[in-house]
Design a binder for this molecule. Structure first.
Ligand code: GLU
Length: 307
């Protein structure tokens, strides 16, 4: 299959629609300035073939896609019990930043991909790296992408100055004894991970271990996670990776996906390839409208699906 042609066709077909519908995330001021007409798409196969179209090489704010990589980092270094005693593995059916469920479930987040769950994962990462948590995360992302990856400091500052709900979630968990570290240190890591700046191509590369049974995307003779862990991360993406639209994603696209309010979505075709799309205008659930459409077109055109 000529993937470059497939991506070119999708980019061309969707270009006239870019920015027409949906809304760029406005609650983080630095994201509100992003041009809603940007559209990028890129993939990398298990064997290392790459293709990109549109703005597929332009960096953007990966936002909640980072939750996939912090979970991976935590799973890589922590015993399973230490991770899952604090975080569940069920879809939440609630918005990604909801406080309600957290109260009724005594500070244990439903899954690692809602904000509360990712904040709990960030707490675990602070346990691993202490004051060097941000640097370690940037190093891990660069190691996966095969080139330097960094934070967008303006986005991180913007998140920190407006992230009142995340502050509330973190304090709430702390009050239940579910965070070990200082709320400020945990949130500093969380706000920075959301502000990682990467292109679709870098994301497709970095997530490559998920289509290679956990093996590092660049054959550096290393497993990022075990085969079993890679399978589990894919399962979590399918059930919980796209806010409370995970059912619709599974129905329409049929691939494990993780989205972010920056308008990016990473998708995995196990044993075949990883794919990333970016279009900043979001639907009401916080998922990229055109990104979702692009993935649907890709699945229909290639016949690739886990089902
Ligand atoms: N930084 C965003 C927040 O915490 C991430 C949200 C997202 O991409 O889902 O609100």
């Amino acid at each position: 299959m000529n993937f470059q042609t497939v991506l070119d066709d999708i980019a061309e077909a969707l270009a006239p629609e870019a920015g027409r519908e949906g809304e760029v995330a406005r609650y983080i001021p630095a994201l509100a300035r992003v041009d809603a007409r940007r559209f990028g798409i890129a993939l990398r196969t298990r064997e290392g073939e790459e293709a990109a179209a549109g703005d597929g090489r332009t960096p953007f704010s990966i936002q909640s896609i980072s939750k996939l990589f912090t979970l991976t980092l935590a799973m890589r270094h922590l015993p399973e019990a230490a991770l899952w005693e604090r975080i569940g593995r069920e879809p939440s059916g609630n918005p990604f930043n909801s406080l309600v469920q957290l109260e009724s479930e005594h500070g244990k987040p439903r899954n690692p991909f809602i904000n509360a769950g990712a904040i709990a994962v960030a707490d675990r990462i602070v346990s691993l790296y202490g004051g060097d948590a941000k640097g370690s995360l940037a190093g891990f992302m660069s190691h996966l992408a095969g080139e330097p990856v960094d934070f967008d400091r303006e986005v991180a500052a913007s998140e920190a100055s407006t992230g009142f709900r995340n502050v509330a979630l973190a304090n709430f968990m702390k009050s239940f004894g579910k965070l070990d570290h200082d709320v400020g240190a945990v949130l500093d890591l969380y706000f920075h991970q959301c502000a990682l700046s990467m292109s679709c191509l870098q994301l497709a590369r970095a997530a490559g271990y998920l289509c290679r049974d956990g093996v590092h995307p660049f054959d550096v003779g290393e497993n990022v996670v075990t085969e079993r862990q890679a399978r589990r991360i894919n399962a979590l993406m399918l059930t919980c990776g796209t806010y409370d639209a995970a059912g619709d994603f599974a129905f329409r696209i049929g691939l494990p996906c993780k989205s972010g309010v920056g308008g990016g979505i990473v998708a995995v075709v196990p044993d075949r390839l990883t794919l990333a799309v970016w279009s900043p205008a979001l639907d009401a659930t916080g998922n990229s409208l055109l990104g979702m459409k692009a993935l649907e077109m890709f699945a229909a055109r290639t016949g690739l699906s886990v089902f």
